[in-house]
Design a protein around this ligand. Sequence first.
Ligand code: ZN
Ligand code: ZN
Length: 140
Amino acid sequence: MSLLCECSKMPEFYRCLPNGIKKNLPGVSIFAHFFQGPDELNIDLDFDTLLKLEGRALIAKCKKCEQHWYLELAPEETISEDFAVKLHPEQNWQQFDPVPIKQFLTLLAHNGFGQKKCAWVGCDNYALGSTSICLQHYGV
Ligand SMILES: [Zn+2]
Ligand SMILES: [Zn+2]
C-alpha cells in the first residue's frame, strides 16, 4: 500500500453539490473540507468498479492503494463524484448504509439546526439552520 496515494488526501467522506445549491447552504463554506470533490482539489483518483449497487451507487477500489470506496457518481458520469465514503476492509459492502453519513453532511451543509421548529404539522424537531424543515423531513 502506497502512502503517496492521493486517496489519503481526501476526507473519510465527502459530497459534491451543484454550485447553484451550494450558494444557499451556509455550512458548505464553513465545512468546506466535506464538500470538495477530487476535481476541485486537483486530486486524480483512478478506480476499478468492484460492484454496482442500486441507482448510481457502486463499490470501487483505488487502482493505486486499494482503498475501497462507496461512490454515488454524478449524473453526468464525469470523474467528479457526487458522494463518496471510504470503506474499511472489514465492512460488509452490500449492507453499507449511506443515509447516516448523508444526514450528517446535510446537517453540516445547513450549519446545524436553527431556532425554529419544523414546519411539518405535528413535528417537534428543530428545523435545519437555513430551512424551515427538520433533518428527517428534509431527506437526503
Ligand atoms: Zn488510493
Ligand atoms: Zn420535521
